[in-house]
Design a binder for this molecule. Structure first.
Ligand code: FMN
Length: 168
């Protein structure tokens, strides 16, 4: 898929078919995450692949939306604060790094014909438990991963000239 088409194809999928995600596609998606750039190349992230079959109850405590429980796989991008690059004014770039990793995962999934949805509005404690996080790992972003069972809504975006300005 050409890049402009990939960008147009991605949307927040909020209905999933039960069909499984192939291991080959999953491996390519995870490799895209591994290759994401991070500040000072610290790679302060971990990706948890959660096979949802038989564990929907635990998932429901993480984010109680019916569509979230439909996907066969959920990906959780965690940050590791101790590994993150911190600017001299004290700002950690862990969240920025995690967002880039998630974007790589999501665009790679789109390229595989799979659906995703960025999720930040989840219960942190339930996520730590369900995804069996280790000490020092902070759950930052989730996405279901599966075959879309809906269609994209019309895209609402501000006009470019309200978002971009040039300094010459
Ligand atoms: C950082 C981030 C967090 C988000 N968190 C949620 C969420 O918790 N639940 C949800 O349904 N959508 C969430 N979204 C999806 C946005 O609502 C969605 O991307 C936006 O409305 C644009 O729609 P589109 O993704 O279909 O282009 C999130 C998106 C981003 C980038």
């Amino acid at each position: 898929m050409e890049f402009p088409e990939l960008i147009r194809r991605r949307y927040s999928v909020r209905a999933y078919a039960p069909a499984p995600v192939s291991e080959e596609a999953l491996a390519r998606i995870l490799e895209a995450g591994r290759l994401a750039p991070t500040a000072a190349n610290r790679q302060p992230f971990r990706i948890v692949v959660f096979d949802a079959a038989g564990r929907r109850q635990a998932l429901g405590r993480v984010y109680a939306r019916p569509w979230f429980l439909q996907a066969p796989v959920v990906l959780c991008v965690c940050g590791v604060p101790e590994e993150a690059w911190v600017r001299k004014d004290g700002r950690s770039h862990m969240d920025v790094d995690a967002a880039i990793v998630m974007d790589h995962l999501i665009l790679a999934a789109t390229d595989e014909g799979l659906g995703t949805c960025w999720i930040a509005n989840f219960d942190m404690d339930a996520a730590r438990e369900a995804f069996e996080l280790r000490p020092g790992e902070v759950p930052l972003l989730l996405t279901p991963l599966g075959h879309a069972a809906d269609r994209p809504a019309p895209r609402e975006r501000r006009p470019l000239d309200s978002l971009v300005r040039r300094v010459r």
